[in-house]
Design a protein around this ligand. Structure first.
Ligand SMILES: [Cu+2]
Length: 131
């Protein structure tokens, strides 16, 4: 008569606890990205390096921002050779990249906006921003 009266509330408490745990667990793990991942990111992460893709006679992304001295890989997905060459001066130049191949250059250490072109197809233009 004395102890049994307490018992019914215990399962309820446990259930409430479990529910709270599920809720908090849920909200803390909901930060995982759910969207497709097909959108190209234009900003390079710090450290490693980044990639410019050439496809259909165009550099992608057309405007890329990197940290000074970042290693930038240029991947040629066209069926013809291309280059990625600084339009002014000789700050960077991949040289000729054969179809399906890639080349790497080091971004300038001086901050600024660098226009670059393909020397074989000079209508191909893009920008590298070092900041
Ligand atoms: Cu080209």
């Amino acid at each position: 008569m004395t102890t049994t009266a307490v018992r019914p509330s215990a399962p309820l408490l446990a259930a409430a606890c479990a529910a709270a745990l599920i809720l908090t667990g849920c909200s803390s793990s909901s930060s995982s990205p759910d969207s497709g991942g097909s959108s190209p990111s234009a900003t390079a992460a710090s450290g490693g390096g980044t990639t410019i893709v050439i496809r259909n006679f165009a550099f992608t992304p057309a405007g890329l921002t990197v940290a000074p001295g970042t290693k930038v890989t240029v991947l040629n997905k066209d069926s013809t050779a291309h280059t990625a060459t600084a339009a002014k001066g000789d700050t960077f130049d991949t040289g000729t990249i054969a179809p399906g191949k890639s080349a790497t250059f080091t971004a300038p250490r001086t901050k600024g906006v660098y226009d670059y072109i393909c020397t074989i197809h000079q209508f191909m233009k893009a920008k590298l921003t070092v900041s």
